[in-house]
Ligand binder design. Structure first.
Ligand SMILES: *[C@@H]1O[C@H](CO)[C@@H](O)[C@H](O)[C@H]1NC(C)=O
Ligand SMILES: *[C@@H]1O[C@H](CO)[C@@H](O)[C@H](O)[C@H]1NC(C)=O
Ligand SMILES: *[C@@H]1O[C@H](CO)[C@@H](O)[C@H](O)[C@H]1NC(C)=O
Length: 499
């Protein structure tokens, strides 16, 4: 033992940096999913239509392989198989989302669907039986279509609808759920859903609808936080946060000061759009966003900017409304210079940034937008520490897509390299990362990519009625990681030919 320790010490000294592989005590591991991507049962047991049902049925040509979430992985009927898979992985927590249209089919709280309540209680009880903590997202993109018909997140009335829905969920499930997420990925909801056609409801109101959405969404998030904080927290003793996705921007030439400035602008537009109002001392939208959009709007001949700063009431009301910073992270893009990005519509969020960007960096995945750039993750986390006053952080999603192979060395390498970045920022920069949720448990309905991009650590054969789940090599890797709290070194996890 002594000899081993000495050899270990010599190795550390030799490499200069202690290459840590062990996670600190108390660090938690989980897996994340979203209701619409796995549940199926889209039109039974009282569930109503949501915006993804509508989009996939009315415009199937927008989905890469023409599939939809009608059955998905049938988790509505097969949730016990999911829970057994989670137990096999040994995770501390399971991040899942509630389907609003399954619980409140009209979108409002005038009618409660008993089958929806039964389903989530059964799932929560099955998790409790295996000692797996639920981390529950109230809204993961599947808005009831009836509320979209009223304008969805572009309608300020959504603040009340969302609060009423959350109120019901806290009351009904709050004794079983200690950790809540209000909203998953506000940028993707607003920009991709209201400023583009990349996500449902595919309202391509670029440069306008996206900002109406963010005004409403941030207020709705804050109201739900305050409701929990004031009415439920003391009784239920839980926590509540928001999960923000980041594509991290770096200058393509780090020596180019103009690019460095523009990358910071792009990060303020992307992550700061939703993080700055909640996590800074100052509050409100980032100044650079307000300024750029005011300037662009004037040039377009508008008399009012397309995005305006919140008034002081709302700046104060939104500030500080998240117990943790929830980060979903997958990839990094590069900023190559100033100007109008060739892919930007006019007006649009991208044009408003004033930056030209490229995703030509790192190895690719099955997703066009996902390149493997582990170092960008470390840079994002250090930036969050310095920009947001050293918040406690949960990584609420991180993962890799391929076409569905069982020997998924690409996924394992991705996870291993991104988890190494987390260890580095914890030990070397004292970034307070407290837990990690891998995206995702089972190959699922990956939104507009359908089933053509596979993110699961379990393979799912969607051609079979019983949707059989088969663990991939990455499931064994994650299981070993969770069991030891240490990055697995076993060479069977690493493709020797590729190293
Ligand atoms: C539910 O949707 C399926 C298609 O996924 C369809 O075949 C079936 O008829 C629908 N059932 C009802 C009750 O509308
Ligand atoms: C509240 O939860 C924390 C852990 O999340 C626990 O340490 C504490 O004892 C709980 N307090 C009450 C009053 O249940
Ligand atoms: C949450 O409630 C506590 C106790 O009432 C209060 O001190 C705190 O300011 C509230 N948090 C926010 C962000 O309003």
């Amino acid at each position: 033992m002594v000899w081993l320790a000495i050899i270990g010490l010599l190795t550390l000294c030799h490499s200069g940096i202690a290459h840590r592989t062990k996670f600190p005590d108390g660090f938690t591991f989980g897996v994340a999913t979203a209701a619409h991507q796995i549940e199926g049962a889209w039109n039974i047991s009282g569930k109503s239509e949501n915006v993804w049902d509508r989009l996939t049925h009315s415009r199937p040509e927008l989905i890469a392989d023409g599939t939809n979430g009608d059955v998905a992985t049938d988790s509505y009927h097969r949730y016990q198989e999911d829970v057994d898979a989670l137990a096999y992985l040994g995770v501390d927590f399971y991040r899942l989302s509630l389907s609003w249209s399954r619980i409140l089919p009209s979108g409002r709280n005038n009618y409660i669907n008993p089958d929806g309540i039964r389903y989530y209680n059964a799932l929560l009880d099955a998790l409790a039986e295996k000692n797996i903590e639920p981390l529950v997202t109230l809204f993961h993109w599947d808005l009831p279509q009836s509320l979209q018909d009223l304008g969805g997140w572009a309608n300020p009335k959504m603040i009340d609808f969302f609060r009423d829905y959350a109120d019901f969920c806290f009351r009904e499930f709050g004794d079983k759920i200690k950790s809540w997420i209000t909203i998953n990925e506000p940028y993707e909801i607003c920009e991709d859903g209201y400023g583009d056609e990349k996500k449902a409801p595919a309202i391509d109101s670029h440069g306008v609808g996206n900002y109406l959405c963010s005004d409403t969404l941030l207020k709705a998030h804050a109201e739900v936080f305050h409701l929990y904080n004031e009415t439920y927290r003391e009784k239920q003793n839980g926590t509540i946060m928001i999960s923000i996705n980041s594509i991290w921007y770096e200058p393509s030439d780090p020596e180019n000061t103009e690019q460095v400035t523009l990358a910071e602008t792009a990060n303020q537009f992307k992550f700061g759009w939703f993080a700055h109002p909640i996590f800074t001392e100052q509050g409100g939208y980032p100044a650079v966003m307000v300024e750029n959009i005011a300037r662009e709007s004037m040039q377009e001949g508008l008399t009012k900017p397309r995005l305006q700063q919140f008034d002081d009431y709302w700046i104060q009301r939104i500030k500080g409304t998240s117990d943790f910073l929830g980060i979903n992270h997958y990839t990094t893009f590069l900023v190559t210079g100033p100007g109008v990005d060739p892919t930007a519509k006019s007006p649009s969020w991208l044009k408003d940034t004033g930056a030209v960007t490229t995703m030509e960096v790192g190895e690719d995945s099955a997703s066009e937008w996902l390149r493997v750039v582990p170092a960008g993750f470390g840079n994002l986390l250090r930036w969050c520490k310095s920009s947001y006053n050293d918040p406690p952080i949960y990584i609420t999603e991180n993962g890799f897509s391929d076409r569905g192979t069982l020997e998924d060395y690409g996924r394992i390498k991705y996870l291993n390299d991104y988890l190494t970045e987390i260890l580095n920022v914890i030990y070397e920069d004292n970034v307070r990362v407290l837990g990690y949720a891998l995206w995702t448990l089972v190959d699922n309905f990956e939104w507009r990519a359908g089933f053509s991009e596979r993110f699961g650590v379990y393979y799912v054969d969607i051609t079979q009625p019983d949707r059989p789940r088969t663990p991939k090599l990455s499931a064994e890797y994650y299981r070993a990681l969770v069991a030891t709290r240490e990055l697995p070194q076993d060479e069977r996890f690493f493709d020797q030919a590729r190293l």
